[in-house]
Design a protein around this ligand. Sequence first.
Ligand code: CA
Length: 701
Amino acid sequence: MKNIFRTIFSLVCALNLANSAAQTAFDYGADVNEQRLINASEEPEVWLSYGRTYDEQRYSPLEQINKDTIDKVGLAWFADMTTSRGQEATPIVVDGALYISTSWSNVWAFDVRTGERLWEFDPEVDRAMGRKACCDVVNRGVAVWQGKVFVGALDGRLIALDSQTGEKLWETQTFDPEMNYTITGAPRVIKGNVIIGNGGAEYGVRGYVTAYDAETGELNWRFFTVPGNPADGYEQNILFDAASTWTGQWWNLGGGGTVWDAMAYDPELDLLYIGVGNGSPWNQSLRSPGGGDNLFLTSIVALDPDDGTYRWHYQTVPGETWDYTATQHIMLADLEIGGEDRRVVMQAPKNGFFYVLDAATGQLISAENYVPVNWATHIDLESGRPVENPDARYDITGTPFIVSPSALGGHNWYPMSFSQNTNLVYIPITENYMGYVRDSEFTVNATGWNTGINLARGFGMVRTAQGLPEQGTFLQAWDPVAQEEVWRVKHEIENGPAGVLSTAAGLVFQGNRSGEFVAYDDLTGERIWSTLTQAGTMAAPSTFEVDGHQHVALLVGSPALPTEGPGAAAATTLASTNNSRILVYRIGGEAQLPRVPVNTESDVEFEIPQIDVPYEVIASGETAYNNACAVCHGSNGISLRPDTYPDLRRSSRMISEDEWNSVVLEGELLDNGMISFANLLENGEAEAIRSYIISLANAED
Ligand code: CA
């Protein structure tokens, strides 16, 4: 009955559209149903879901913007965001409206043609949630379905909004707010269910993914990725098997396995694929002291989308101990392999190997490293398991080891793209490494950073090591059949990838941290077009066609403004501290970004105080700093993202104990996400941290 009603509703809408000429206003109805999502590949005018189609290829058949016309592409309109933390969302476009989410889980809607802002929704996330977000208070996008826009808020609420007005229709809390969970990923809508996971595996949680009824918000099913306490019984039968791969009392530590990003769906096989994260704590010897594979950590798991029943899994890193999540982009494609047509699942997870699996069974077809890797020599195709380098298991050997890739991964959440034009996958990659040092003083700390490794010593190890290879960020074209690189482009700034889009016109679009938006030739990597964005980019673009015009939209805003590369000089306007904006391009676009001299006034000049405290105080300050502050403000006081997380060695707040305590203990800067740490710091620790910072500042001076 419901389906018939939907069909009639669709027909009425179609008639309305047919009767209305282009000048009639859109009703922003987000008239998205199951058939429309399944057939999204045949509707290039819209961008209906996070990866455009259920197979998440991020490939568009649109060709109006091509190698001949791209010189005429300009900015059609732009809008400044009101939040200035990292921006990671892919713009969703349907029925005349463009929907994005921003940091702090705000949602904005615009008219695609004019850039008119239709509405804004602010879920008013408690800024104290910032402490629980390992990797900034970001949000990667919304989902749309039958007049509704869904956002997963950082504080765990899944919220349904009216697509026309932004009015809240329902909301439901998806995790225990007392626990250190967050949501940063985009929901997906499959068969009337909104599917959402969560993050928090750096803070001692247990991962799961949940399906809610899109109309009512009612919970339909939940799949836990790791077993809980055996004494409580298991929520799913498959967890009995999974529990046999764990040892010790992992449930007291959470176990990890959060589903914080990747999902894909194959309507023919009727399988939902989820990417499962790292162990919590990272250090396996602490988490599961007798070893074991620790299922389903770092796995791709296929589920029945109707009830969440387990179908198959492939585990990328048995006994994970390096934060090697398998939450990175999962995509489906049809490839000819060995003369056979295969439906495959592809993933380039953090661990550095590119995997091709059979989509129906999970059988490993091939795996080769796409970046330099030293934790394993190769993946054994017979067993499907990595052949490890025993030295890399710092947790077992007790000897620190510099591992490639690092916990940032050879590829992280930044979306890749599979081109049906070239059959290549375009991957935003980083060649990197980090030192893993077992934390000899690890204690369970359910309220804080909880990895079981000594990050500060690991950084120190890398700083003093000799002969390490150069690190760098690249756009890589990868042949998933031959399992080899075809071309790569080097970016100007290390560790700064951004998401990718490819089109039938032979173009690959990607922003960068140097303040440019670039189109490359999909066969050669040749740079064909670029424009300056006045901001760094992390998010992926989307493309769509409205009123006969192909548009390309990009949400810009990375933790820091470009300070090097071609776009740095152009970042001369300050919309916000990182120039967060939605930029929408089309042929003939004539909008100009504002040119206002940037306020170059640096931090207040002040004299670094001199102190005379015993070494033990500074040492205890260092320990407290590493436990409470380093995750945001950086190891050894060196902030890697000073626009977002001030470099405390240059903060005038250190001058007096009162000034310092006002921020650290009294929460003066709560609105910026800097909560009071009064309940987390022992007596005198705040002052010890201040002493430590002052000692660093003097050493720096
Ligand atoms: Ca992680």
